[in-house]
Design a protein around this ligand. Structure first.
Ligand code: NAD
Ligand code: G3P
Length: 334
């Protein structure tokens, strides 16, 4: 039987998540233009079919995937654009693009971070900068570490869009042998929860680094869930069940998995590393570092009680002692 034309899609980003998403999409009838910032990585993928910098065991199907270092060329003729670079660098990655380059396309954020210069969610920022209508936007969420996708471990993604057809189309694109997908409509609630779980993972890491145990972490995580609920309900009120995997599931994986970038970063801070030395130690980005400042700023309008976020903010941005901040927090949890 003749196969239908492949879906034309652009992947923006050269890190672990972009590599894992390329692997997932390559399972389906999708033709991918993959934009990477580093030309040496792009050349290596062309020649050897592996990303040398992230998840280098993943075999890239170069019949389906064309690498590219020019962003305009990468987005030309695509129906879908997936953004998978840390939020702080998305502006750089899209430099040279104008609203007309996004016209008629779906834009999907796989990013779990805030735009630091604007204190904005990525979908809000993209909509404003490039005139992408909300119904053409989606986010990829859920408890899913790139490292486990690389190993084809059974995983689940939640695809959120205000438009149910868009959510379903994107969910269909990302479903494969080892990934289940669910379309939903709570795009902003899910995006905020995904941002906030990174801050909580930093807190978990800090307490691990200081020597706190599982008993404390269980209380920290359950209090965190309430903190996320208070904030998300204040900023974007809507009926939602936060026990779903895109909310609670994502919090759990990031808080407990050794693959978590944010937890690892927090652990280094708890052990006494400076921010610069912790960043230098990791080849990866901990989104929570940027997000905690944005959420702290946004919360000035809402005044939600957020003791965990406040403690992490004070440690990372006000040079407060992790020991003293966690001592204070101890008395506020229940
Ligand atoms: N890794 C995961 O398992 C995973 C899962 C879900 C969502 N995400 C989200 O995906 C996004 C990308 O994260 P990741 O894990 O792929 O990143 P990563 O930490 O694996 O890689 C870092 C990325 O940042 C880029 N980068 C580093 N410094 C840069 C700079 N100065 N300018 C421009 N780009 C720079 C690198 O090229 C690389 O693409 C994040 O928002 C993250 O929260 C990641
Ligand atoms: O768990 P982290 O800190 O690596 O963040 C990556 C993803 O957001 C997990 O869903």
């Amino acid at each position: 039987m003749k196969q239908s034309q492949p879906v034309r899609l652009t992947m923006v980003g050269g890190g672990s998540w972009a590599t894992a998403l390329v692997k997932i999409l390559s399972e389906n009838n999708v033709s991918i233009k993959w934009w990477l910032r580093k030309s040496s990585d792009a050349e290596h993928i062309k020649k050897f079919g592996h990303n040398p910098s992230y998840l280098s065991d993943v075999q890239i199907n170069t019949r389906k995937v064309k690498v590219c270092i020019k962003i305009r060329e990468a987005v030309r003729d695509s129906e879908f654009i997936i953004l998978a670079v840390p939020a702080a660098f998305i502006g750089d990655a899209l430099t040279g693009l104008k609203p007309e380059h996004f016209a008629g396309k779906w834009v999907i954020s796989a990013i779990k971070g805030m735009i630091p210069s604007a204190n904005q969610l990525v979908t809000d920022w993209v909509s404003n900068q490039y005139d992408v209508p909300p119904e053409r936007m989606a986010v990829i969420a859920g408890p899913c570490h790139a490292e486990e996708v690389a190993l084809e471990k059974q995983s689940y993604l939640t695809i959120a869009s205000p438009d149910s057809d868009s959510a379903k189309r994107v969910a269909d694109l990302l479903r494969c042998r080892f990934v289940q997908t669910t379309p939903v409509d709570d795009i902003y609630g899910i995006e905020y929860a995904a941002v906030m779980k990174n801050i909580i993972a930093l807190a978990c890491g800090i307490t691990r680094g200081l020597g706190y145990g599982d008993n404390f972490q269980a209380v920290l995580v359950s209090n965190a869930m309430q903190e996320i609920r208070r904030f998300v309900d204040a900023v974007y009120p809507k009926h939602r069940d936060l026990s779903g995997s895109a909310y609670l599931g994502d919090l759990l994986v990031t808080a407990y998995s050794p693959f978590s970038r944010n937890r690892t970063f927090g652990t280094l801070i708890g052990r006494g590393y400076t921010i610069q030395s912790a960043q230098a130690e990791m080849n990866m980005i901990a989104e929570g570092y940027y997000a905690v400042k944005s959420i702290h700023e946004i919360n000035k309008q809402f005044n939600v009680d957020m003791p965990i976020t406040r403690a992490v903010y004070c440690i990372l941005y006000e040079r407060a002692s992790p020991t003293a901040e966690m001592n204070k927090l101890k008395g506020e949890l229940m």
